[in-house]
Design a protein around this ligand. Sequence first.
Ligand SMILES: Cc1cc2nc3c(=O)[nH]c(=O)nc-3n(C[C@H](O)[C@H](O)[C@H](O)COP(=O)(O)OP(=O)(O)OC[C@H]3O[C@@H](n4cnc5c(N)ncnc54)[C@H](O)[C@@H]3O)c2cc1C
Length: 500
Amino acid sequence: MTQTDAFLAEIADALGADAVNRSDETIARYGENTMPGGDRPPAAVLYPGSAAEVQAIVRAANRHRIALYPIGTGNNIGLGSRSANLAGFVVVDLGRRMNRILDIDDRLGFAVVEPGVSYQMLHDELARRGDRLMVDVTSGPPQGGIIGNALDKGAGYTPYFDHFGSTCGMEVVLGTGEVLRTGDGALDGQDAANWHVSKYSFGPILDGLFAQSNYGIVTRVGIWLMPRPPAIRSFHFTYPDDADLGEIVELCRPLKLSNYVPTLFRVGNDVYLCGSESVSPTYPHAFTDDARRAMRDRHGLGSWTVSGAFYGASDAALEPQIERMRVHFGRSGKARYIPHDEAAAIPALEVAINAFSGHPSVGELGLLKWRPGGGNTWFLPGTPMDGRIANEVQDVCRQIYVQHGIDYMVMNVCGARFARGLHVLAFNRDDPDERRRADACYRQMAEAVARLGIFVGRAPLDYHDLHMGQAMPAFAQACGAIKQALDPNGVIAPGRYGIA
Ligand SMILES: Cc1cc2nc3c(=O)[nH]c(=O)nc-3n(C[C@H](O)[C@H](O)[C@H](O)COP(=O)(O)OP(=O)(O)OC[C@H]3O[C@@H](n4cnc5c(N)ncnc54)[C@H](O)[C@@H]3O)c2cc1C
C-alpha cells in the first residue's frame, strides 16, 4: 500500500467513502485547465463537509506526508481552474459540501460564507431577501467562489471592488491542523460580536497571510455588502486610436481621486470587448489592424472604450452627473458617447453594466472561444494611473503579442492611483506551437514589464515560480519562514505562489 493509499483509506474511514473520489473521470476533470503548461491530474479528490473534517484531512496529510490542494469552486479559469500546482497532489474540493451561507446581516451589511458559496448563490439569496444589499461580482464565471476569489486577490467594479479588502474575519485550518480565527474572532471561549465587522482588532493583522499563499485552508469568511442603490446609470465613451489610452487614463484619475465616480473604470480594447461576442475571423492567422478596425466598426466600439457608472435615487437624479461626464470625456473631441440604454443592447457593454450592478453574468466567457482549443491564460501587471506609463506598457506588451502571433486583448481596470491590466492570452491549446508561443509571450512580457519596474498582482499557476524568482530574496525567505512555522511538513499546496 502506498502512502497515498493509506492516507485515502484513513480519510474514507473518518469521513465516509463518499468523501473520497479516485475515478478516472474525476481525476481527468480536476486536472484540466486552460493554461499553456498542460493538465495536472491529481491523485484523488476529497469532499470535506465541515472545518472539523478539513482538520482531520490536514492532520492525516501530516502523518502520511501528503500534498493537498484546496479549491473553493475551482472556477479560476485562466489561472489554474481546478488543477493543483503539481500533478499528483490530493485536491480538497471544499465547495462540494461546504457551500452554506452561514449568516446575512441586513442591518450591518455583511454575509458569512463557506468556500463553496458562489457569486450567483449569494446574489440570488440577497435577491430573495428583497434585494436590499448587493455583492460585488466579477465579470467572470458566476459560479466563481467568494472566498477563492478574495484569497486570490480578485476584484470587481463597484465601490466594494476590492474582494480581499471586503473580507472581515476568517476561520482557517492551518498546515498544522490547528484552527485559527482572525481579528476579533480570536477572542477565546466567546462568540465574538465584532468578528465580521471590525478589521483592526488586537495584535497583528493575520488575514493577509492567507491571500495568495499556502499557509492554511480557509473554511469561513465574513464579506461586506453594499446597500443596493435605487438607480444605476452607466456611461460609455469610445476612442478611435490605440494611443488614446494615455488620454483616457489622465481623464479617469481625477474622477477616482475625488471618488466623484463611485465605480472603477473599465477601459477595454477592441479585441477584448468584441472578442466576447465572436470568434477570430482571421484564425489561424493573427488579427490584422484592418480586421480590428472592421470589427470594432461593426460593433460600434473604438480602439478603446471606457465605462463607468453612477448610483443614486433615480435615473433623473443622475442625469446631471452623466452630463458632466460628457463634458469631461468630450474635451479633446475624440470621444464618442454611448448612453446607458444603447450600451445595454451591446453585449460587451452589458457585461460592464451587470458588473456595476452586482449581477453575475456569463457574457465575458465568450473570450474563451476567440480561438479554437480553449487555451486561455491571463497576464496581470498593474500601472500607476499615469497616461504616459500606460501607453509605454501598452506599446511593450502589444509588440510582444504581435511577435508571438497572439491577438492583443486587454481590459484596464482603473482606480485612483493604479490600474490593473487584464491581459488575456487566447490560444489554441490543441496546437503545440500555439501553446509554446503563448507561454513564450507571457514570459517575455513578465520580463519586459519588470524592467519598467512593474510586477504582477496575481498569476496563473504555470508562472508562480517565475514571479517568485523576480522578488527580492528577503521576500522569498520571509514567505518560506512563515510556511515553516504554520505548515512545517509542507502539506498545503507546496510550491503554490512559489512558496516551498
Ligand atoms: C472571462 C473571464 C473573466 C474574469 N473576470 C474576472 C474578474 O472580473 N475579476 C476576477 O477577480 N477574476 C476574474 N476572472 C478569473 C476567475 O475566473 C475568478 O477570479 C474566479 O472567481 C476564481 O475562481 P474561484 O473563486 O472558483 O476560486 P478557486 O479556483 O476555488 O480558488 C482560487 C485559488 O484560491 C485557492 N483557494 C480557494 N479556496 C481556498 C480556501 N478555502 N482556502 C485556501 N485556499 C483556497 C485555490 O488554491 C486557488 O488557487 C475571470 C475569468 C474569466 C475566464
